[in-house]
Write a protein of this length. Sequence first.
Length: 202
Amino acid sequence: MLSALLDGLAAMSLWELTGVLLAFAYLVLAIRQSIWCWAAAAVSEVIFMFIMIDANLYMESLLRVFYFVMAAYGWYLWRSRGPEDKSLAVTRWPYRKHAITMVVIAALVVASGYLLSAYTDAALPYWDSFTTWSAMIATWMVARKILENWYYWFVIDAVSVWLYLERGLILTAGLYLVYLVMIVYGYRAWKQSMNSTVNVTG
């Protein structure tokens, strides 16, 4: 694994390195609930959109467009103030909302995976679809500061490590391995920031 990572470092482009560094900065800042995470995300996703197109991961490239839009949305939400001039608080979803979300993701994965496999040369269409649709939901959850987004990201990033290794994106796969560790800290940090009374959104 180490030799593969070193080979990836030698072969990577300056653009991939820049995208990885900005993506790492995004997660660090998101854990700290800093609004600047969205600025780092916006630039990173523009770079990764072209990288994913080059790797024939079309759903992943579409996902980067969505990420860019969500970066603007996240900036707006995190910058907004409530009636008591408080920043957006971390909340939780009820179990029924997670159940509905998982059913919707499964349906979207089957539909887009079939279309990609039938009509394009997309690589790993169903797995590409899974990480894309799941990440769209999880990104929206981050913007809304839903605590359980970290659970979603752990599964998404674990699959993404394998997906990127399959497409030869060694450095990006390494980034997502680091993400798996950082997600644990992100969950703990967000949970500690919640009020003593648990907030659940309907």
